[in-house]
Write a protein that binds this ligand. Structure first.
Ligand code: BG6
Ligand code: MG
Length: 221
């Protein structure tokens, strides 16, 4: 294992809950219910693709112009930014700092492969940006998760073959993207939702260099 490709929202910090709140409120304004079950389908998915899924869910995908959709995305993001502005290093999920320290000591490259355009700012709020060797800019990636592009780009940025990488995700779309890239997937969360992953852990507290290396080594058997 030469590199670890990290999702951000729901892996490094629990911003997944803030994305949910912001979409739920926007949905309510549009008369479309966004409940927790439907939200699972939004996790990992880009801002505009999430909005498209919500509008489709409400059966109103054709009712908004692309300018109106852009405005709705701006509104959602403004609410989201309001929700995350007080974030501090205390909001880093359990086990993440020890893992980043272990990976650094082992000389393993670390790359952020998040669909979020807010990722650099969040990494700064959490004060973890110096750990990472690179952040893939999702704006430069052709197709969002569940397409493999962002993880293939992450491997490239790490200077590693995809087969020498492990991807860490909390979303079904993210796990699908990792697997489509031919990368070993370690997921955090519900085993049923994340069934495509090579290994599923109940929470980030279970992540460690050993667990990631084992998952990688098992894939070579
Ligand atoms: C992903 C989140 O990491 O980033 C999604 O799981 C979110 O919920 C996506 O929609 C895009 O994020 P942002 O910050 O660019 O709106
Ligand atoms: Mg995520």
């Amino acid at each position: 294992m030469k590199a670890v490709l990290f999702d951000l929202d729901g892996v490094i910090t629990d911003t997944a809950k803030f994305h949910f709140l912001a979409w739920r409120d926007l949905g309510a304004e549009l008369g479309i219910e966004v409940d927790e079950a439907f939200n699972e389908e939004l996790k990992g998915v880009s801002r505009i693709d999430s909005l498209e899924r919500i509008l489709a869910q409400g059966g109103v995908a054709d009712k908004y112009s692309s300018a109106e959709k852009d405005e709705l995305c701006v509104k959602k993001n403004a609410h989201y930014l309001e929700l995350i502005k007080e974030m501090t290093p205390d909001d880093i999920l359990p086990g993440i700092i020890p893992l980043l320290e272990e990976l650094k000591a082992a000389g393993i490259k670390m790359i952020v492969t998040s669909a979020s355009k807010n990722a650099p700012e969040i990494l700064d709020l959490l004060q973890v940006r110096p750990y990472f060797d690179g952040i893939v800019d999702p704006a430069t990636v052709k197709a969002g998760k569940p397409a493999p592009d962002i993880f293939l780009e992450g491997a490239k940025l790490a200077g590693a073959d995809p087969t020498d990488c492990v991807g860490v995700e909390d979303a079904a779309s993210g796990v699908e993207a990792i697997k489509a890239a031919g990368i070993v997937a370690v997921a955090v969360g519900d085993e049923q939702v994340l069934s495509l992953a090579d290994r599923v852990l109940p929470s980030t507290a279970y992540l460690s260099l050993t667990v990631l290396q084992e998952a990688w080594a098992n894939s070579k058997k």
